[in-house]
Design a protein around this ligand. Structure first.
Ligand SMILES: Cc1cc2nc3c(=O)[nH]c(=O)nc-3n(C[C@H](O)[C@H](O)[C@H](O)COP(=O)(O)OP(=O)(O)OC[C@H]3O[C@@H](n4cnc5c(N)ncnc54)[C@H](O)[C@@H]3O)c2cc1C
Length: 657
């Protein structure tokens, strides 16, 4: 197989992706003087940041208003208090949060401020202060738009519609030297669709591994590319930690905030929509407790096993899962009528509510009418959003599920976001900076901070030219040929029938059943083995109906690699004695059932062993084998902070190293 004719783009840094992390990395690199930068993306308008949002999409940063004290160290402590988070990363994320935030303000992201220029905050989940801010439901979309303006103005080349299918390393496998991409508009039966990027550095901003999950609130355009990073030897970290919660599925949107606070009915039906019934009433001792649990789901959106006991709000996620996944029914929110338990003649008896829910609705002047009336009164844009997406909440029920939303874990990176593979910088959601719990909004902050740090490091330390073309091709030849061979084998399966979507559904169904918020050792084991078996026979089992489906084949390959590593990490965690925490429940035969009428699979106990709070699981894929380490969490550094000392080190170039 000849590779000499393939196009080779040589540059100092190739940035992969076009979400908020990728665009910021490219923008910063040029700001810091590193001009020779290119962006490669499967789609400029694809990914989570560009296509998602929530009731009040949140950005987390240091307090920048008012009289309440805050400090970098305090914020670092909040971040690391979530458990299994390295203190040095927490300190960097806190220290750069204001800089990253003000950069967004300066380029035009409309974060609100008061007449005195204070960026007033509010309190988000796992936040002891009021550090959160928001530019509205589409904060991350605005961020991508403003950052794109910056990179366009700087003339940074964008290789759009190029899907990265492999990370290229030197022959020793110790440093990244570029990537291989598939040009998506080329018919691979007519000419070779491969494009090589020969780069001294790779900034990898491919987002969360969304394509692994069937039930998901990630936008459909986000698939992720974590598997090929594992393949190149990059370590994974905290892969067990993801967030799940209740979302609508026809149009993917988190059902947090007012959608729950207006107290909709929870209805389930048979698969064909018949036999509608309100299912929550079967499980609560009185209507007041049921209504309170629904109300609190608004504030406490992600599923959390700590919030199951005593009819807590996360019991609702379990009941929705029970109806949909276990019983095979469909679940809906209905805003057209009040929950019948707690109402008479259609009027809700608000006196049944606990004090917090009652006071909230009273202060909002919303102690009246039906859920849709209360929603219209408190948050009309929440109704308009669904209308704009073809769903009229005043006329129809909204189908829901417990969906995958965010990966707290991901790829390994140090305090400059460089991974164990040198010159390879995972930034944004693909980097596993977070621990078990994290304040809402810290994902967007982490993406901006991490991409800024990677750019600082590259601009200071890794400014070198890429390899000469001949040397690059020689080093990477076996890897390039392996990918081309994989592509050739997939293309040999071209016929009149395709099963790539079917394979994708099998992958997604497996993860939703065994690697989402309801887990067990048995399921993780079986599913990890099934993922590996499917990966091994993928080429043989694949059929494609069009040459353009080659991209989906490479994605299935990536997703299976990724799924195998994620499920193996879950298995390792449970075998080590890890129990329910974060946003998942693990079956424990010695544990408690949330309610006696629930089946055995929901029996669980909480992680109480401090070991798991203080250690981070890391994994490395070698061949088809995963090896694990459990490393103590690094403490938050306490630097002396003496100005003259720092200044001297700074002048002598000893800071960035
Ligand atoms: C419903 C929802 C609500 C959320 N709300 C909040 C919130 O309120 N606050 C908060 O902090 N976070 C929130 N998050 C999380 C946050 O939005 C994401 O973590 C963040 O936007 C990820 O940005 P990113 O740049 O890392 O990745 P993305 O925005 O996902 O971008 C990834 C990019 O990589 C590209 N790409 C992927 N694979 C390849 C490949 N193989 N080749 C080339 N290109 C590739 C994609 O097309 C895309 O351009 C929310 C997420 C969801 C789903």
């Amino acid at each position: 197989m000849n590779i000499q004719h393939l196009p080779v783009i040589s540059c100092n840094t190739v940035v992969v992706g076009s979400g908020v992390a990728a665009l910021n990395a490219a923008d910063r690199l040029v700001n810091y003087g590193q001009k020779d930068v290119v962006i490669v993306t499967e789609g400029m308008n694809m990914g989570t940041s560009r296509n998602t949002g929530s009731d009040k999409q949140t950005y987390y940063k240091l307090t920048l208003s008012g009289a309440e004290p805050d400090s970098v160290y305090d914020m670092a402590r909040t971040l690391s208090d979530g458990g299994a988070m390295d203190g040095d990363i927490a300190l960097v994320e806190a220290a750069l949060s204001a800089q990253a935030f003000y950069h967004l303000v300066d380029i035009g992201v409309p974060f609100p401020h008061n007449p005195f220029g204070e960026y007033v905050g509010y309190k988000t989940d796992h936040d002891p202060r009021q550090r959160a801010t928001s530019a509205g439901p589409l904060t991350s979309k605005y961020m991508t738009e403003k950052l794109e303006q910056q990179i366009r103005a700087k003339g940074i080349p964008v290789y759009d519609r190029h899907q990265v299918i492999g990370i290229l390393t030197d022959a020793a496998g110790s440093r990244a030297i570029g990537v291989i991409a598939l040009a998506l508009d080329v018919d691979p039966t007519q000419s070779d669709p491969y494009v090589l990027f020969n780069a001294a550095n790779v900034v990898y901003a491919t987002g969360g591994p969304a394509g692994m999950y069937g039930t998901s609130v990630y936008p459909p355009s986000q698939t992720g590319a974590t598997g090929i990073a594992f393949e190149a030897g990059v370590k994974g970290k905290n892969l067990t930690e993801s967030q799940f919660g209740i979302a609508s599925i026809a149009f993917r949107w988190n059902l947090s905030g007012t959608y729950q606070q207006v107290l909709p009915r929870y209805v389930s039906t048979a698969p064909d929509g018949s036999e509608p019934r309100e299912f929550l009433a079967d499980y609560f001792p009185d209507p007041g407790k049921m209504l309170d649990a629904v109300f609190f789901k608004g504030y406490q959106w992600p599923f959390d096993p700590l919030k199951v006991a005593d009819y807590g709000s996360s019991l609702i996620d379990i009941l929705v899962y029970y109806e949909t996944v276990v019983k095979g029914r469909r679940a809906f929110l209905d805003f057209r009528r009040n929950p019948s338990w707690g109402s008479s003649s259609g009027e809700l008896d608000f006196s049944l509510l606990g004090e917090e829910a009652y006071t909230y609705l009273k202060n909002s002047q919303a102690l009246f009418g039906r859920p849709i009336d209360r929603l219209a009164h408190m948050n009309q844009p929440a109704i308009d959003l669904y209308c704009d997406n073809g769903i009229d909440l005043s006329q129809e029920m909204l189908e829901i599920a417990v969906c995958a939303q965010h990966n707290n874990g991901g790829l390994e990176g140090n305090i400059w976001w460089e991974s164990n593979l040198q010159h390879f910088f995972p930034v944004g959601e693909v980097n596993g900076t977070h621990g078990v719990y994290r304040p809402g909004g810290s994902a967007l902050n982490s993406g901006q901070v991490g991409s800024t740090r990677a750019a600082q490091y590259i601009a200071a330390r890794y400014r070198e030219e890429p390899m000469a073309r001949s040397q690059f091709l020689a080093e990477a030849k076996p890897q390039i040929m392996a990918k081309m061979e994989l592509g050739r084998k997939f293309l040999a399966k071209l016929g009149d029938r395709s099963n790539v979507s079917e394979i994708r559904s099998q992958i997604q169904d497996r993860m939703t059943r065994s690697g989402a918020h309801i887990r067990s050792l048995e399921q993780a084991k079986t599913a990890a083995e099934a993922a590996l078996t499917q990966l091994r026979s993928l080429v043989e089992d694949t059929r494609i109906g069009s040459p353009y489906e080659l991209r989906l084949c490479f994605q299935n390959y990536d997703l299976l690699l990724s799924q195998y590593v994620y499920l193996s990490a879950i298995k390792d965690y449970i075998e080590k004695g890890g129990k329910s925490r974060g946003s998942y429940l693990i079956y424990d035969s010695e544990g408690e059932l949330p309610l006696p009428q629930l089946p055995e699979q929901f029996r669980f106990s909480l992680t109480t062993d401090p070991y798991f709070h203080k250690h981070i699981q890391r994994v490395r894929l070698q061949g088809f084998s995963c090896s694990f380490s459990w490393d103590p969490v690094k403490p938050i550094p306490r630097e002396s902070g003496w100005f003259e000392t720092v200044w001297n080190d700074f002048l002598a170039g000893r800071i960035i190293q």
